[in-house]
Write a protein that binds this ligand. Sequence first.
Ligand code: SF4
Length: 224
Amino acid sequence: MTEEEIITAVEVTGGSSDDGKQFKELLNQTLSAGIEVQEVIGDTAYSSKDNLAEMKSKKIQPVVPLNPVVHNGGLRQEGFEYNKDADFVICPAGQHSIRKAVQGSKQNGKSRSLVFYFDTEKCKTCPFREGCFKPGAKSKTYSIRIMAEHYIEQIEFENSDTFKERIRRRPIIEHKNAELKRYHGMTKAKYRGLFRMRMQAILTAFVVNAKRIVTLIEKMQPAS
Ligand code: SF4
């Protein structure tokens, strides 16, 4: 949907499909309708690496909050905290990591990790060692996945005033969804099957757009 609330693309899927995977198709439909896209505002479902790369390749600014897992550098063991400024990890017992290594290579395209090492002498007598440190283990480590470049860029953008200002526009799509459901029967599939559901969705979007265009034209008329 454009900011003027004109629906530009419709994709119909089964209920179990991932919204984010429909992004490329929705963007292609929008572009082939002749609409110039400079920015995409969406929820976390659209923040996958592929979607961000697609937007980047088309010089589109993603105003899409990243999944919190990305912010945390992947799923992590509970109770461990990474201190970004000091570049160490504190474990649940309050022990600071004593050294760090980078695992994986930038060249082979696989994701890399920061591996933090803890002092095993302290782990041996730690009251929290159960499930954390195996007796006899030579090392105790904790890994954090290093994020791909476009995530780093996106995290920086997410902290900017521009992002905070623009993301406020996101709820307008929810108002449109509510309009489609409340006044145009989109709470129910009228017919069976995705093809028929698609027809219902496209025709409904057409009607809602026509109404919106009339409203916009009326707003543009000079007051008499
Ligand atoms: S076992 Fe070691 S790493 Fe785990 S909580 Fe205790 S001191 Fe920290």
